[in-house]
Ligand binder design. Structure first.
Ligand SMILES: Nc1ncnc2c1ncn2[C@@H]1O[C@H](COP(=O)(O)OP(=O)(O)OP(=O)(O)O)[C@@H](O)[C@H]1O
Ligand SMILES: [Mg+2]
Length: 286
């Protein structure tokens, strides 16, 4: 290993376990996950459906609902364990120092409120600035994510935007308070390929500009390959492989990573058949 010492990560997840107690028994959705993200770093968390990616994200945000429960581990954000934080300080952190963007932008947006109301509320929840200043920040944020005529669009409702534009609004809201960490849970999965690529590029530029670190969750290795500096490959609630993006892509150590790579369309010629993934839940972690 010749990686430089990890001086002080922005986020360090250590031995995280999030379990669901169901009638059929305990589901170990997250089963001892550890990783860290440097300030301004971009980590791609990759894995098939059901591998525990979203539950890892929800755990970091402390948004796991019953019957789910974080049963072990530490989530150190700037050295402080979020799992020991009270509900109120945690609420203040969310949307301020840590923001999350979901696959469905309507998880962020309120369908019955105009965008200007939602954006100024998001600012005023964390900062006391004048209404004029909040509106100007909101307009500038829409402009930055590539929404045309932002001043007019502020007066629209979410349903008046296309899917891609709605996701851009959600991204603008996430960036409003200049968070140190943005967690993106498959934010481009529901969009067409062109919009997906545009938003990916924009997110990259925005984070670079603001210095925000990014945790990008996806089932698609190709999506994160050009974005992340480090990758964690997740399966059955565990990280089975991690390292720099280059090392994981060029020299995958784990059979499951190789399967994910083989199933990545961009590595194949048009018309070539993709190799199938093994059925979910099959096999162990080793
Ligand atoms: N409410 C629940 N009750 C029981 N098990 C749950 C519940 N919610 C999630 N799980 C389980 O937790 C595991 C991890 O789910 P998670 O949503 O984190 O997967 P994921 O990797 O995000 O998948 P996807 O790519 O489909 O979004 C799954 O096996 C799922 O069945
Ligand atoms: Mg998910």
């Amino acid at each position: 290993m010749n990686g430089q010492p990890d001086a002080s990560p922005l986020l360090a997840v250590e031995g995280l376990q999030t379990h669901f107690t169901t009638r059929a028994g305990i589901v170990r959705a997250v089963d001892g996950v550890s990783f860290s993200i440097a300030p301004g770093g971009v980590l791609g968390l990759v894995g098939e459906s059901g591998s525990g990616k979203s539950m890892t994200a929800y755990s970091i945000m402390r948004l796991v609902d019953a019957p789910g429960r974080i049963v072990a581990g530490r989530i150190l954000f700037k050295g402080h364990d979020l799992l020991t934080l009270g509900a109120e300080p945690m609420r203040r952190l969310r949307g301020d120092r840590i923001a999350m963007i979901f696959q469905d932008p309507m998880m962020t947006l309120n369908p019955v409120l105009r965008i200007d109301t939602q954006m100024t509320e998001a600012i005023h929840a964390h900062r006391s600035v004048s209404r004029e200043q909040a509106l100007e920040e909101a307009r500038a944020a829409l402009d930055r994510v590539g929404i045309p005529s932002p001043a007019q669009r502020l007066r629209s409702y979410p349903h008046q935007f296309s899917g891609g534009m709605r996701q851009r609004v959600a991204i603008a809201i996430a960036m409003l308070n200049k968070p140190d960490l943005i967690i993106c849970d498959e934010p481009t999965t529901a969009l067409d390929v062109t919009t997906q690529a545009q938003i990916l590029g924009e997110m990259q530029a925005l984070c670079h500009e603001s210095g925000a670190a990014l945790l990008w969750i996806t089932h698609d290795l190709a999506v994160v390959a050009g974005l992340a500096d480090h990758l964690c490959v997740m399966r059955n609630g565990r990280i089975v492989e991690s390292g720099t993006t280059e090392s994981v892509l060029l020299d995958p150590q784990h059979a499951y990573t190789r399967q994910l790579l083989d199933a990545t369309p961009s590595r194949h010629r048009p018309g070539e058949r993709l190799s199938a993934q093994p059925a979910l839940g099959e096999g162990g972690n080793g």
